[in-house]
Design a protein around this ligand. Structure first.
Ligand SMILES: [Zn+2]
Length: 370
């Protein structure tokens, strides 16, 4: 199902075979929260090079409901997307509701933010919902450990997640792949023990969860560095909810194969555009008369056809087209970044790629494997 093709220290390229097609890794998965990657059509997404998107179980089960989506032929059919889909388990979104959630051994209960009704989700329910959506990759239902947490808190939270992971595995029956999620907060011993438990249960892929929750960059790097040699080489590694371009480059250095994040689309709607030379804030007055494209090195149709001045105008007038063009460019940028990463690993030039990546952005290159 997963084949590693080229390696450069921990970094690797691979091919992940799924029911709706194969994806090249390292891969970036645009986030389609409500069954749509905001302001982009599926044709747009395919043009950018996206081979897989993410759907949010939590949002889709509340609206329009997973039963309805099942009745309409599954999520691929419903949204007319023919390539693979990964769904998250809903655990992270529920956790984000904070005090409104009650967690017990059996599962979590909370009130729907839409109509106030009480909802109870057990790990088995999350798997059933993802099977109703007919996902290519199903994530186990877990508890995201609070940050900060004491060792004792992080341990008991991780152990609950591991018991839930076993229940998910026992319940799972679809031919979608099932990924386990490493938890354990910022504690290396807990991360190792979580990974060991997941390996014992047996999953099709390993995700790293519980990062990007408020920790420092150093703490995050330490966890990646610690886990890199321990991750099973024959399985895909997925770093959940990450991140900015530099976080992706760092993740690949530590052996990560899959990423997802709302940053390229959310930031696009706020005027933040990613380029080969760093971030351009299109709202700034300096772009008001600029005939330059967003990024002279970008081959996307927005950079080919539109000036910064026009995008600045669209942003200031709150035009929908502004969000569409900016999101298109940002997702194209992310997909090109992944392509460049894959090419450099394949051509044995990943170390040069990483050095150039930081040089072009005037950033200091962090220590670490290349
Ligand atoms: Zn562009």
């Amino acid at each position: 199902m997963f084949e590693v093709i080229n390696t450069s220290e921990y970094a690797r390229t691979g091919l992940l075979k799924l029911r709706h097609g194969s994806i090249q890794t390292p891969a970036f998965m645009p986030v389609g929260t409500n069954g749509t990657v905001k302001s982009l059509t599926n044709d747009d997404l395919i043009e950018t090079g996206a081979e897989i998107i993410l759907g949010n179980t939590y949002h889709l089960m509340l609206r329009p409901g997973d039963e309805l989506i099942k009745e309409l032929g599954g999520l691929n059919n419903f949204i007319n997307w023919s390539k693979p889909i990964l769904t998250d388990s809903g655990g992270f979104q529920v956790w984000s509701l904070g005090d409104l959630v009650k967690i017990t051994e059996e599962g979590v209960s909370f009130k729907s933010p839409y109509d106030g009704r009480n909802i109870f989700i057990r790990p088995e329910d999350s798997i059933q919902i993802q099977q109703n959506l007919d996902s290519d990759i199903i994530m186990v239902f877990d508890e995201c450990t609070n940050y900060p947490a004491t060792h004792e808190e992080a341990k008991s939270s991780m152990e609950l997640s591991m018991r839930w992971a076993k229940r998910c595995k026992d319940f799972h029956t679809s031919d979608g792949k099932l990924f386990g999620i490493v938890q354990g907060g910022m504690y290396k011993d807990l991360r190792s023990s979580s990974l060991e438990k997941l390996n014992d249960i047996g999953f099709d892929g390993i995700a790293i969860g519980g990062l990007s929750v408020g920790e420092s960059k150093e703490e995050k790097t330490e966890i990646l560095e610690h886990l890199a040699p321990e991750l099973p080489q024959n399985l895909p590694h997925y770093l959940m909810g990450v991140g900015k371009p530099e976080d992706i480059v760092e993740g690949v250095r530590y052996g990560i194969d899959m990423f997802d994040c709302v940053i390229p689309t959310r930031n696009a709607r706020n005027g933040q555009l990613f380029t080969s030379e760093g971030v351009v804030n299109i709202r700034n007055a300096e772009h008001k008369k600029s005939t330059l494209p967003i990024d002279p090195n970008c081959k996307c149709k927005v950079c080919k056809n539109y000036s910064r001045a026009y995008l600045n105008h669209l942003d200031r007038t709150n035009e929908i087209l502004g969000s569409m063009l900016s999101s298109y460019h940002n997702i194209f940028y992310y997909q090109s970044l992944m392509q460049d990463i894959r090419d450099s690993i394949k051509n044995n030039k990943f170390a040069n790629f990483v050095k150039d990546f930081y040089n072009m952005r005037d950033l200091e290159m962090p220590k670490g494997p290349v």
